[in-house]
Design a protein around this ligand. Structure first.
Ligand code: GLC
Length: 443
């Protein structure tokens, strides 16, 4: 067994783990129950709600997770419909917002109105989307569908839209030209209240509270006030962050996009490969801290490392261009040994040693509990690199969580108790781990 990777739990479950068949059936049921198809005006949409009550909209990166789960279930046509729906409102310049409100005039919280462009506020009854982005997993999602179906026409259909989307990111968020993308709101990371952002927001109190909420609200009101004009947001430098997970995903997806281009003989394959390599090099150059053997988010124009041990400190190990010595060091120190991530139900979203760490249910999410998505993300890499035992441990941990607490949004890393949204689809990524798919490599 991997030294230090903790499998012993004070709260060991006594009942047997759900079988793979039982898990498959439960995942299928949740996906079907949460799936929505409908019309608004000239649009026919098709997506899955991440959770029926808490998250009823079409979200960008959630849709990509759903594609992975659906392909693991063999539901390829549904997966294609999800992707087509995601691109329906794509703007002329390639942009797609992180939440699409197909038939909902109002967001979940009134304060989320500030995530819209002021012009969208005037057309709330029509389908509309936010002015924010989310981690750009969509090239891999399309590639995944191709791997399972060999449907080259689908690739040809999606490629111009994908290229426009990634070109938008490159032209609008690669502010310094180093190949790294910046986010302009914590929500864009997909990890809303991630503790690494606290110093940028001026929040010094450890566990999240209403003061943190006000700081984020104030930031988003500022972005709204300037009409989401990116040049002026960059100039103001209130929240310009290069998130390590966001950029790792970006690099992976540029690689996937390059491979999709190659499949269809599109000459842009080379350009996207160059961008992917540049992003990897910059991740290593700016985000890696050799003293801490960790990759950190970067803040502001000066790209200062935010030395807070969120679970994303080891994300870049999955990138092929990261030297093996570096990935070994990071994994050994943080994932396989104690150092803050050693809990009965790994992987906690934040090191237990951080002042902000909170394992309990809270509106200030992503500051301690375990999300299945971390295990899913690293599992593929561990398998590919021959860390079979460690990969298996992460899978077993997820199976225990689901057996004990069902498909919840997140779990207490010490007790495995389920928290947050119910019937949460991302926890269905366990199925993809079970199927043991290797990363997206077009054969
Ligand atoms: C939460 C998550 C975000 C996700 C959304 C819907 O806001 O932080 O990543 O997209 O829920 O599931």
């Amino acid at each position: 067994m991997a030294p230090g990777m903790n499998t012993s739990s004070k709260n060991k479950i006594t009942e047997p783990l759900l079988t793979d068949e039982q898990i498959t059936e439960q995942v299928r049921r949740i996906l079907y129950d949460n799936m929505v198809e409908g019309h608004n005006g000239r649009y026919t949409f098709h997506y899955t709600k991440p959770s029926p009550g808490t998250y009823p909209f079409q979200y960008f990166w959630d849709t990509c997770f759903h594609v992975h789960v659906l392909t693991a279930l063999g539901e390829h046509d549904m997966a294609k419909k999800h992707i087509r729906s995601l691109f329906l409102l794509q703007e002329q310049d390639g942009f797609i917002g992180h939440i699409i409100y197909w038939k909902h005039p109002f967001p979940a919280r009134l304060t989320d109105f500030f995530q819209l462009k002021p012009t969208s506020v005037l057309r709330l009854t029509k389908p509309h989307m936010t002015a924010l982005v989310q981690p750009p997993l969509v090239a891999e999602a399309v590639q995944r569908i191709y791997q399972h179906t060999k449907d080259i026409d689908f690739v040809r259909e999606m490629l111009p839209k994908l290229k426009a989307y990634y070109n938008w990111l490159h032209q609008n968020r690669n502010f310094e030209g180093e190949g790294l993308l910046s986010i302009i709101s914590p929500y864009e990371s997909g990890m809303d209240w991630k503790a690494s952002f606290d110093p940028v927001l001026g929040f010094k109190r450890g566990k999240g509270d209403w003061r943190l909420f006000l700081k984020v609200l104030w930031l988003e009101m500022g972005n709204f006030r300037c009409g989401y004009d990116l040049e002026s947001i960059y100039r103001q430098d209130n929240f310009i962050v290069k998130d390590v997970a966001f950029n790792t995903i970006y690099a992976q997806n540029l690689q996937a996009l390059s491979e999709l281009c190659s499949l269809t003989g599109d000459p842009d394959a080379e350009e996207f490969k160059v961008r992917s390599d540049q992003c990897c090099e910059s991740i290593l150059k700016y985000m890696y801290n050799s003293e801490d053997e960790a990759f950190y988010d970067l803040a502001g124009h000066r790209m200062e490392q935010l030395r807070i041990a969120a679970a994303t400190i080891f994300f870049p190990v999955v990138l092929p261009n990261i030297p093996i010595k570096v990935s070994e060091a990071v994994l050994q120190r943080h994932l396989l040994h104690k150092n803050g991530f050693h809990v009965p139900y790994p992987i906690p979203s934040l090191s237990v040693q951080e002042a902000a760490f909170n394992p309990d249910e809270s509106v200030y999410i992503w500051r301690g509990p375990t999300w299945v998505v971390f295990n899913w993300f690293i599992h593929r890499f561990l398998l590919r690199k021959g860390y079979k035992e460690e990969a298996n441990l992460l899978l077993t941990s997820v199976k225990k969580l689901i057996t004990q607490s069902g498909f919840r949004e997140y779990y207490d890393p010490f007790t495995g108790q389920g928290h947050g949204a119910n019937d949460f689809t991302w926890s269905g990524l366990v199925l993809d781990m079970i199927v043991g798919n290797t990363p997206n490599e077009v054969e």
